[in-house]
Design a protein around this ligand. Structure first.
Ligand SMILES: [Ca+2]
Ligand SMILES: [Ca+2]
Ligand SMILES: [Ca+2]
Length: 428
């Protein structure tokens, strides 16, 4: 009897082990307008959320089913089959299950079809947990999620001042004064959009954080107070400007005869802000892009852009020497900057690669400026770039640094690598 019992236990262990070895987990899937990835829509657009379940080999096993949504105002909503959505407030413990019963193969089933939702970021979840007790058992939970970003459409109009909620820019946007983007707002700009800064004007009369000129070194630069010109500045929010090769996004001057310094810059002012610039053209600013606080590649993308006709630096990295900036600058074409295409201050350890930095000569006649890259006491990596027709290709200001420089090409620069100190200088 005892032996038979042992055999029984052994056998059941085998079955359990086989079951574990061949267990195929349930795969819940949730999609927003057919997409698994984050979607960006305006309030007026329709939103359809559908769920689907592949039960794996858990078919027929009882489970709690959950469909939830988390809103920009930090409330949880839960869906009760077949057609009810309930608000659970901010406490996840107040939610109820969507459905209870055995898992089965569920073909796409619509749980939400709505328009006119308030602006902001929503996350929708679909999950099943294998303990059918009416509460979420995280140890036995299988789930999927999708994000929905709802924006206000801003099309062919003017913008100025503070932005606190999501906007989608399209057409021609006229900037009449400094625009500050605060968390959690995102400004997304559609490919093909032109952002025009009112030349020499700023109805916000705001200054920005950086001095507009460097009068000691560039006495002949135009002395325009920042309050007189406009910028787009990130104060915790997100600027997502990703155009395409055929349909770039243009940041330019409103003037019919535009000039360098008609507007200020795109500025990164609070750590954790997000800046994505790809396939954009930035022209006629005093600066192009200014990185004023700590940032890395998870915060900033600067790729495949054209930056030109700038008073000072095209990309100014690490303006605050106490704040580390470790970003990659790649694939950009930067030309006609009065000081330099890319400025790297002492705490900016950048990777500068695959850029074309050319014709940076112009300097209001003071004879000092016109570099591809300035290295001001840091260990940036500079590789696979083309330096063409600059006054200096790479200018190293101090020997207290070890930039890593290789595989660049230098064509028709006055000097390829300039070291403004006594001692050995890297060869091109
Ligand atoms: Ca999905
Ligand atoms: Ca449960
Ligand atoms: Ca200003």
């Amino acid at each position: 009897m005892k032996k038979a019992f042992s055999v029984l236990i052994a056998l059941s262990m085998v079955f359990i082990l086989v079951d574990i070895a061949f267990a195929i987990d349930p795969v819940p899937d949730i999609k927003a307008n057919g997409s698994d990835n984050t979607i960006t829509i305006t309030s007026d657009d329709d939103l359809s959320v559908k769920i689907k379940l592949d039960p794996g080999n858990y078919s027929g096993r009882n489970a709690d089913w959950w469909v939830l949504a988390y809103t920009p105002w930090e409330d949880w909503y839960y869906y009760v089959y077949p057609n009810l959505w309930e608000n659970a407030g901010s406490d996840l413990n107040n939610i109820s299950f969507t459905y209870q019963g055995p898992l089965f193969s569920l073909t796409p089933f619509e749980v939400l079809n709505i328009s006119g939702l308030p602006i902001g970021a929503y996350t929708c979840y679909f999950g099943v947990d294998m303990n059918m007790n009416g509460s979420i058992d995280y140890g036995q939970l299988y789930y999927d999620s999708v994000e929905v970003n709802i924006f206000e459409l801003i099309e062919n109009t003017t913008r100025s001042g503070h932005i606190y909620s999501n906007e989608l820019w399209k057409g021609t946007i006229d900037i009449t004064g400094d625009v500050h983007i605060y968390a959690p707002a995102s400004v997304t700009i559609e490919p093909g959009t032109t952002v025009r800064f009112a030349a020499g004007a700023d109805d916000q009369k705001d200054g920005g954080n950086t001095p507009i000129t460097d009068p000691n070194n560039f006495p002949n630069d135009p002395a325009i107070a920042p309050s007189q010109i406009s910028s787009i500045d990130l104060f915790g929010g997100t600027l997502y400007a990703v155009g395409t090769l055929d349909s770039p996004i243009v940041f330019t001057s409103s003037a019919s005869n535009p000039d360098r310094g008609d507007w200020q810059s795109i500025g990164y002012h609070i750590e954790g802000s997000k800046l994505y610039l790809q396939h954009v053209i930035i022209e006629y600013g005093y600066y192009g892009v200014q990185i004023n606080v700590a940032a890395d590649d998870s915060n900033i993308t600067l790729k495949d852009n054209i930056i030109r006709h700038i008073v000072a630096c095209g990309i100014c990295g690490g303006i605050d020497p106490n704040q580390p900036v470790t970003i990659t600058i790649s694939g950009n074409d930067i030309a006609d900057c009065g000081h330099e295409a890319i400025d790297t201050h002492s705490n900016a350890t950048l990777v500068i690669e695959n850029n074309t930095l050319h014709d940076n000569l112009w300097s209001y006649g003071d004879g000092k400026a016109g570099a591809g890259v300035i290295i001001d006491g840091n260990n940036s990596t500079i590789r696979n770039n083309q330096f063409i027709r600059n006054r200096g290709g790479i200018v190293i200001l101090s020997e207290k640094c070890s930039p890593i420089i290789y595989d660049n090409s230098f064509i028709d620069n006055d000097e390829d690598i300039v070291c403004e100190y006594e001692g050995s200088c890297p060869s091109p």
